[in-house]
Every structure is written in structure tokens, then in C-alpha cells.
Design a protein around this ligand. Sequence first.
Ligand code: PGA
Length: 249
Amino acid sequence: MRRKLAAGNWKMNGKLADLAVLERIGATLPDPGCDMLVCLPATLIQPAAGLCESTALRIGAQDCHTAREGAHTGDIAAAQLADAGASAVILGHSERRADHNETSATVRAKAEAAQAAGLSLIICVGETLTERDAGTTLDVIGKQLNASVPDSADAASLVIAYEPVWAIGSGRVATATQIGEVHEFLRARLIARFGAQDADGIRLLYGGSVKPDNAAEIFAIKDVDGALVGGASLTADDFCPIVTALAAS
Ligand code: PGA
């Protein structure tokens, strides 16, 4: 059985004063019944990790560099994130693919660096609306998955997040049929590449406008092992019911 995972993504939001949200999440769900993670801006990782140490809430990052260290002004290495207290990192989020022209080859190199630093990987894939309308969704996602995931990935440290670009921050959730189709495809592709035994342990998250009022419906879909939650991870009032719905699914 795969342990379910509710992962928040604060993106470029939050200051020190907002860490109270994490304290509330930890206090509200001392034993959530699933894994619970919030991926924070780099400035908040260390204080958040300290604050949440004795809670069930784990702290993650949103990106890392491909290199171990060196002359890369403004960048952060995976080992520095681990050193600050992160246990996982989001890689290949569509906002990074779009804003920073990140290719799947770059995502793969970052994933290898993150793995070497002992971080769990949340690798994102997803189609644009143009690609969905053109009927190329599975083709696009298959290529992203293939090129972004390193051969050395293993079930214990790899999570794949399916995030349709058009569903992120738009309030427009993919339908159960659309999510189910992509997750089934991802599972089949992972089995083909890593073998049934290993692929069976890799968790598949859905992301894109997950909210308290649609979470239960999304978590009932086959092969959905959790969610990557953006906007609704910014408050305990929104995030906690999503975690609870996941644990109950
Ligand atoms: P959203 O973001 O929940 O605000 O749509 C999801 C994400 O980008 O990870």
C-alpha cells in the first residue's frame, strides 16, 4: 500500500509571520493518517523546519540547482536545502518550466542532484490547454516523464505530480475522467520503466485548484495517492480539511 501524501506549495508567498499557519496545521493534525508536507520559499525553510520538528508536518523546497556547490550566484544547492531542514523538493513545476525555460533534461539533472543530497523528489508533469485541445496530452506527459525522471529514482524517494497547466491557480479542476486517464497512463509508464514492484510504490499526486470542497472527489479517483496544493495550502483552514479528506479516502 502506498502511503498517501498531502503536499502544499507556497510558491513565492509567505514571510516569517506566516509560519503561524504551519504551527496551526501541526497542532490541528498531530496524527493526520497520511504524510503531510509543505514546500516553502527558501527563506522560510530553516525556521519552519525548527518549528515543525515535533509535529507530523514535514518541510520541503520548490527548486534546487543541478550542481553540488560553486559559482552560481543566487542559486541554492540541494545539499543546502537538506542542511536547512528540507526533506523533499518540487522539481519541474510548470511555473519553473515556463518562467525559467526549464527543460525536462534540466529537471532530470536537478533530480539527480536532489537525490544525491538525500531529498525526496516531487517531479511535476502536465499539459497546457493548447496541448490538451490538440489531443496530445498523453504524448506530452509521457515525454516529460521519460526525460525528467532519472534512472536512479526509486519508489521510496520519487513522487510524480500531474498538474494540468490550465488547472493551476485557475479554479478549473480537471474532470475525474481526465485525472483518471492520466494517472493510469503514468502508472503504466512507470511499470514499463521500473518494473511492477518498484513502480507500484511510486506515489502519484494530482495538482491544480485542489480545494476543501473538491478534495474528496479527487481522492476517490483510482491511482490518485494525494495532492499538490498551491493556493489552498496557504491557510490552515483550507489545508487541514484537504489532509483529512485524503486520510479518509
Ligand atoms: P493551485 O496550485 O492549487 O493554486 O492550483 C497548484 C500548484 O501549482 O502546485
